[in-house]
Design a protein around this ligand. Structure first.
Ligand code: SF4
Length: 390
């Protein structure tokens, strides 16, 4: 079973906090990229033609800036070259400022059944500070339009720790999003990345960010609010109505194999004979658009890095990723994946984490290693403890 990720590195305008692989581009550039993406799909399809695909994710950038006819063609090629299961979860990210009926039709026809909208906040002042291109009213329109086009499974992103944002404003955003009936909310803290306009503005003193304690407090209040509104926290930043957890992202946290296509896309792939006893291979495409286009046009994979992951590192990654989820890591799954009991690999660290009160109590029925709410808030401490026991 395989997951597919397709990257669309274009945005209508760059947000002030963004350091993702995305740029503003004209239709000609987007068309050339989409053609290259179709070629890359073909290059990989031979190799993975026998794997069934159970999740697809279109991310960016902004997939919704890709004109509908181009998107339709890319997704048609994808469906022709890969075996996408009829019940696959098929998500696309979208910016509320660029969603159109024609674009929704194009992705819906290709099987998309989940839409993830970057709403971020309901207050115009905060959306302006972030450099978002949309208003909250446009986000509401996008949600309504998506529903009209058959999307019942909707995610909305919300951000906290923003310049001048109060806890009340963040909670108002969560409540308003819940009132729209979205099935999933991703609630993220702003990460101020060097080199972004927002970083420069904060450094100049134009904006003040909430301090660490205020941000941590916002996060805790947000968790309480979302749980009270009927969303279960299943990962540090992700909350879902029962049954609406994102299968694609759960796959990342459970080290499921996935193939990333497009600029800067990352993959986690099965090993090949030359990889010796590695557990799997991490693989990244180039993040340089010219190199990407020229490699693909010559029929070569646009690989920038290919790293076989040794067994000990793979065991650590199982915990590093799995402990982001509230279900944590099953002892049985760990042993099945690595041929070694979890306690044999990390017994000392597990005892330390229990002693400092960061673990959920274990149940006898299906023993799992999972962080409690305090442990999730102190993830770095938990990871350091595990690292020391490597
Ligand atoms: S829409 Fe997303 S990817 Fe595009 S600039 Fe804004 S944050 Fe970055």
């Amino acid at each position: 079973m395989l997951s597919l990720y397709l990257h669309f590195p274009f945005c209508k305008r760059k947000c002030s906090y963004c350091d993702f692989c995305s740029a503003v581009a004209g239709e000609g550039e987007i068309a050339a990229y989409c053609a290259a993406l179709e070629t890359e799909i073909g290059l990989y399809a031979e190799k993975y033609s026998r794997s069934s695909v159970d999740t697809v994710f279109l991310g960016g950038g902004t997939p919704s800036v890709v004109p509908a006819p181009l998107m339709r063609r890319v997704l048609q090629t994808l469906r022709e070259r890969f075996v996408i299961l009829p019940d696959a979860e098929f998500t696309s990210e979208a910016n509320p400022g660029t969603v159109t009926a024609a674009w929704l039709d194009a992705i819906r026809e290709a099987g998309a059944n989940r839409l993830s909208l970057g709403v971020q906040a309901i207050q115009g002042r905060l959306l302006n500070t972030l450099g978002r291109i949309h208003t909250y009213e446009q986000a509401l329109d996008a949600i309504a339009l998506a529903r009209k086009h058959g999307f019942a499974n909707l995610n909305a992103d919300a951000m906290f720790g923003l310049p001048s944002q109060t806890a009340e404003e963040y909670l108002d955003t969560l409540t308003a999003l819940a009132q729209t009936g979205v099935t999933h909310i991703s609630a993220y803290s702003l990460i101020l990345e060097e080199g972004t306009p927002l970083h420069a503005a904060v450094t100049r003193g134009d904006y003040t960010l909430p301090d660490e304690d205020e941000t941590a407090d916002m996060m805790e209040q947000g968790i309480d609010r979302l749980e009270a509104l009927g969303y279960r926290r299943y990962e540090i930043s992700n909350f879902a109505k029962p049954g609406y957890e994102c299968r694609h992202n759960l796959g990342y946290w459970r080290q499921k194999r996935y193939l990333g296509l497009g600029l800067a896309a990352a993959s986690l792939l099965p090993t090949e004979p030359l990889d010796g006893d590695a557990a799997y291979v991490r693989h990244t495409n180039t993040d340089d658009l010219k190199t990407y286009l020229s490699c693909v046009s010559q029929g070569r994979l646009p690989t920038a890095e290919r790293t076989p992951i040794p067994p000990a590192e793979a065991r650590f990654e199982t915990l590093m990723l799995g402990l982001r989820t509230t279900d944590g890591v099953s002892y049985a799954d760990f042993e099945r994946m690595h041929g070694m009991p979890l306690r044999q690999a990390y017994g000392t660290a597990i005892d330390k984490l229990a002693a400092i009160g960061l673990l959920m109590p274990e149940t006898k029925a299906e023993p799992r290693l999972a962080l409690n709410r305090r442990g999730l808030a102190l993830q770095n401490t938990a990871l350091m403890t595990l690292m020391e026991d490597r």
